[in-house]
Design a protein around this ligand. Structure first.
Ligand code: F6R
Length: 612
C-alpha cells in the first residue's frame, strides 16, 4: 500500500525512479510523483493524479535532471486522490520534498501548531505536516538528517518516509516506523531505497531491511543506519532470493493470470526439501522449537486478513482433524481490539503473504505482549511479520504482484499441511497417515497443472454468466473456506457481488435469493460431506438456480441437477481446497476480462494493506 523508491548515484535518477514506480504500482495507483535534485542544486517535483501512465505522459515532455531523487505511488488514506494530495509534498520554499507511506495520527495537532507558526497547508494530507516540521527543524539543525530526526520526535503514527532537500543535496534521508522500507546496495557508486524488493531488484539483489525506529542516510558512496533510540546500528545485508523475471509479466496479459499459472511451481517451492517420505513427516528448519516445547502447545490461534484468513480456516480444519489440537481462527483486526484470553500453551500463528499487513502485525504484537509464543507463515522474506515471530515457515512463492492473491493462497494451504504433518507426527498422527499425506502432497503440483487446463472452460462460463448481478458460492467442511475465497476473488476483480456460504446454512436465509438469475457455484468434491452437498445442490436446482458444480473425479449423482460440472483431480480431503480453488480463480479472472475490468489494479484496492 503506497510504493516508495529512491535513487542516489552517478546515473540520471528520473528514469530509474520511473522504472521503480512501474514495479511498485501494484501497491497503490491513484496518483504518483517524483522529486529530483538538479546538478545546480534545484529541487524539481512532478506529480499527477491517476495511474502511473498519467505521470509518464507528463514526464515524456521533460524529465527533471539530477542524480538523486525519490518517487511515490499512492493509495489515498487522508485526502482525495488528486494531484495536490499526491506525493512528494514540499516545503514552503520548495526546497524539501518528502514521500510517506503510513498514517500520521497526530496530524491535526501538528497542523494547528504549524499554522500558529505561520505555515499554510496546500493539501488535505497528514503527510504535509511532516515536511513543514522538517522545514521548521532546519532552523536549528544544519543537516537534513538532524532536521528530520528532530521533526520525527513530534510525530505519532506509522511511517516509512524518504526526504531530499536542495539545502543538503546528494543524500536521501529515510525513516521507518511501522511501514516497510529497505536499502538496495548498488554496485557502482549508487544506492537505492524501496518499500519492497521489486523497487530495487533491477539494480541489486543485496538489501538491508530496516527495523522500526531505524533511520538511514543514503549517499552514492554508502549508507549509515542509526536507530532513533539506540544510535548507530549495524543491519545485516541479505540477498533477494528471486530474479527480475519473477517480477515481470513474462508474456502473460496480467500478473493475476501469470500467478495462477505459476502454482505448480510455487507449490513445488513450498515443499522443496521439506517432505520426509519414509517417516511420513515434514522437515521444517524454520521451526526452532524442541519436541518438548512443541508438546506444550495446547491451543493455536490463527490470525490473518482476507485471503490469508481463508487459508487459516482451512488450517483450522486440518490441524484439528489430523494433529488433534484445538484451533481458533481470528480476523486480525478483531483480535487486536478485544481482550483475547491467551493462557499458557497458546501459540499465535500469523499468516500473511506480504508480511506487512498492519492489522496482522498489530495482532501479533498484542499476542506477544500477552506472552504468547508466535509463529508466522509468510511469503516475503525479511518482512515485518517474518521478523517479529519467534519461528515460522516461508512460502517461497516468489513475488505476488497481482492485487488479488492467488498463488500465495495455495502455498499457504500447503504450508499449513506441512505444519499439520510436523505437529501431527509429534502427537496423534500415525506414520501411515503421515505417509498418505506426504504422497498426496507430492502429487499435488502435477494435479494443479492438470487443473489449470480448465482455463478455456472457465472462460466460456465467465462469458455465459459474466452479466449476472450476484453469485453464490457454497461449500461444506474443507470447502467452506474455498467458497469464501471464490466469492472474494470474483468480487475483487470483476465487481460482481458474491457471497460464500456454508452450504447447509443456505436454508436458514440465503435460499430466498435463489431463482433462475442466480448462478450458484457448488463445491462438491468427493469427501466425507459429498452426499450432503449433493442434497444442497438439489435444493438449489428445485428453485431453478443455475448450478456450476466443482467436483473431483466422476459425479454421476449430479447429472441432470448441475447445469455445468467442472472436474478437478481427486486427492485427500485436506488438500482438495488447493485443487477446487483453481477453477474459481480462473472464473474470477475471466469474468473480470469479460467485464473489461482492470484485473491487476482493481478499483479501490492495493496490495499489502499497511494501514489500519
Ligand atoms: C485478496 C487479498 C487480500 C489479502 C489481505 C491480507 O485477494 O489479496 O484479502 O489476502 O489483504 O494480505 P496479506 O496476506 O499480505 O497479509
Amino acid at each position: 500500500m503506497c510504493g516508495i523508491v529512491g535513487y542516489v548515484g552517478g546515473k540520471q535518477a528520473g528514469p530509474i525512479l520511473l522504472e521503480g514506480l512501474r514495479r511498485l504500482e501494484y501497491r497503490g495507483y491513484d496518483s504518483a510523483g517524483l522529486a529530483v535534485i538538479s546538478p545546480e542544486g534545484r529541487l524539481s517535483t512532478v506529480k499527477e493524479a491517476g495511474k502511473l501512465s498519467q505521470l509518464e505522459a507528463v514526464l515524456q515532455e521533460g524529465m527533471p535532471p539530477g542524480t538523486c531523487g525519490i518517487a511515490h505511488t499512492r493509495w489515498a488514506t487522508h485526502g482525495a486522490p488528486n494531484r495536490l494530495n499526491a506525493h512528494p509534498h514540499w516545503s514552503r520554499d520548495r526546497d524539501i520534498a518528502l514521500i510517506h507511506n503510513g498514517i500520521i495520527e497526530n496530524a491535526d495537532v501538528l497542523r494547528a501548531k504549524l499554522s500558529d507558526l505561520g505555515y499554510t497547508f496546500e493539501t488535505e494530507t497528514d503527510t504535509e505536516t511532516v515536511v513543514h516540521l522538517i522545514d521548521e527543524a532546519f532552523r536549528e539543525n544544519d543537516t537534513l538528517d538532524d532536521a528530520m530526526l528532530a521533526a520525527l520526535e513530534q510525530v505519532e503514527g506509522a511511517y516509512g518516509i524518504a526526504v531530499v532537500s536542495s539545502r543538503d543535496p546528494d543524500k536521501i534521508v529515510v525513516a521507518r516506523r511501522g511501514s516497510p522500507l529497505l536499502i538496495g546496495i548498488g554496485k557502482n557508486g549508487e544506492n537505492l531505497i524501496g518499500s519492497d524488493a521489486s523497487a530495487v531488484i533491477q539494480h541489486t539483489k543485496d538489501v538491508v531491511y530496516l527495523d522500526d525506529g531505524d533511520c538511514t542516510v543514503l549517499t552514492a558512496e554508502g549508507y549509515r543506519v542509526f536507530h532513533m533510540e539506540q544510535g548507530e546500528v549495524q543491519r545485516s545485508v541479505q540477498k533477494i532470493e528471486w530474479d527480475l523475471e519473477a517480477a515481470e509479466k513474462g508474456g502473460y496479459e496480467h500478473f493475476m493470470l501469470k500467478e495462477i499459472s505459476e502454482q505448480p511451481e510455487s507449490l513445488r517451492n513450498v515443499m522443496r526439501g521439506r517432505l520426509l517420505e519414509e517417516t511420513g513427516d515434514a522437515r521444517l528448519g524454520g521451526i526452532t522449537l524442541s519436541d518438548e516445547e512443541l508438546a506444550k502447545i495446547r491451543r493455536i490461534i490463527i490470525t490473518a486478513c482476507g485471503t490469508s484468513w481463508h487459508a487459516a480456516l482451512i488450517g483450522e480444519y486440518m490441524l484439528e482433524e489430523l494433529a488433534g489440537i484445538p484451533v481458533e481462527v481470528e480476523y486480525a483486526s478483531e483480535f487486536r481490539y478485544r481482550s483475547p484470553v491467551l493462557e499458557e500453551g497458546t501459540l499465535v500463528l500469523a499468516i500473511s503473504q506480504s508480511g506487512e499487513t498492519a492489522d496482522t502485525l498489530a495482532a501479533l504484537e498484542e499476542a506477544r505482549a500477552r506472552g504468547a509464543s508466535t509463529m508466522g507463515i509468510v511469503n516475503v522474506v525479511g518482512s515485518s511479520i517474518a521478523r517479529k515471530t519467534d519461528f515460522g515457515i516461508y512460502l517461497h512463492a516468489g513475488p505476488e504482484i497481482g492485487v488479488a492473491s492467488t498463488k500465495a493462497f495455495t502455498s499457504q494451504i500447503v504450508a499449513l499441511a506441512l505444519f499439520t504433518l510436523y505437529l501431527g507426527r509429534r502427537r496423534s498422527l500415525s506414520i501411515l497417515q503421515g505417509r498418505e499425506l506426504v504422497a498426496a502432497l507430492q502429487k499435488l503440483p502435477d494435479q494443479v497443472a492438470e487443473t489449470l487446463e480448465l482455463g478455456p472452460v472457465t472462460r466460456e462460463l465467465a462469458a455465459e454468466y459474466g452479466d449476472a448481478q450476484n453469485f453464490l458460492y457454497l461449500g461444506r467442511g474443507y470447502q467452506f473456506p474455498v467458497a469464501l475465497e471464490g466469492a472474494l476473488k470474483l468480487k475483487e476483480v470483476s465487481y460482481i457481488h458474491a457471497e460464500g456460504y456454508p452450504a447447509a446454512e443456505m436454508k436458514h436465509g440465503p435460499i430466498a435469493l435463489i431463482d433462475e438469475n442466480m448462478p450458484v457455484v457448488a463445491l462438491a468434491p468427493r469427501d466425507s460431506v459429498y452426499s450432503k452437498i449433493v442434497s444442497n445442490i438439489e435444493e438449489v436446482a428445485a428453485r431453478s438456480g443455475r448450478i456450476l458444480a466443482v467436483v473431483s473425479g466422476d459425479a454421476p449423482e449430479l447429472i441432470g441437477k448441475a447445469d455445468h460440472v467442472i472436474q478437478v483431480p481427486q486427492t485427500v480431503p485436506a488438500l482438495l481446497p488447493v485443487l477446487t480453488t483453481i477453477p474459481l480463480q480462473l472464473l474470477a479472472y475471466y469474468a473480470a476480462i469479460y467485464r473489461e475490468r482492470d484485473v491487476d489494479q482493481p478499483r479501490n484496492l492495493a496490495k499489502s494493506v499497511t494501514v489500519e
